[in-house]
Design a protein around this ligand. Structure first.
Ligand code: PNS
Length: 160
């Protein structure tokens, strides 16, 4: 069974993430979408809320499972016998840091990283920019799954 992990914060999941997850799901038997539990980083959605959203919007793929992890990604991969990480590369600016992490993860545990070029339609897209645009009333409907957009609007209304 060929398995890969798509790790990230997913606060919240965007159409850019979903593009990568869906394409990975066509290449691997099972794709684990793993949400990083990072207590030092402020997030808009809790880990559970992010996982629920991810599960709902990836349900169409029968081979995508959602999980969370803390600590090192390579420890998570080792514990679950996942040999590969799939990451989207949006622009050259992503490359420096992603290359460093990929090489470190390989050195630490022999975990491979497969880079997938982001669909150009989403190359400017990030969860933090989406939150900022939405917070100031901008239209993000073309950047998010409708369910995610709904939850984001609700959350921002609650905080307003
Ligand atoms: O969506 P993000 O926040 O850009 O995702 C970053 C993530 C979670 C993939 C990365 O920070 C990560 O793998 N963190 C786990 C901790 C770890 O393994 N650090 C060493 C990386 S070499």
């Amino acid at each position: 069974m060929r398995r890969a992990v798509c790790p990230g914060s997913f606060d919240p999941v965007t159409l850019g993430h979903l593009d990568i997850i869906g394409r990975a799901a066509r290449l691997y038997d099972e794709v684990v979408v793993a949400v990083l539990i990072n207590k030092t980083k402020q997030s808009l959605f809790t880990v559970e809320e992010r996982m629920d959203l991810l599960a709902e919007v990836t349900a169409e793929h029968g081979n995508v499972v959602v999980d969370s992890f803390h600590g090192l990604l390579v420890d998570y991969c080792r514990a679950r016998e996942i040999p590969a990480v799939v990451k989207g590369l949006r622009a050259i600016s992503d490359f420096d840091y992603e290359l460093q992490m990929a090489q470190m993860n390989f050195k630490l545990a022999g975990v491979e990283t497969m880079f997938m070029t982001t669909n150009p339609e989403f190359s400017f897209l990030s969860s933090s920019l989406v939150k900022e645009v939405a917070r100031y009333g901008g239209d993000v409907s073309h950047l998010l799954h409708p369910l995610v957009e709904k939850r984001l609007t609700e959350r921002l209304d609650e905080l307003a």
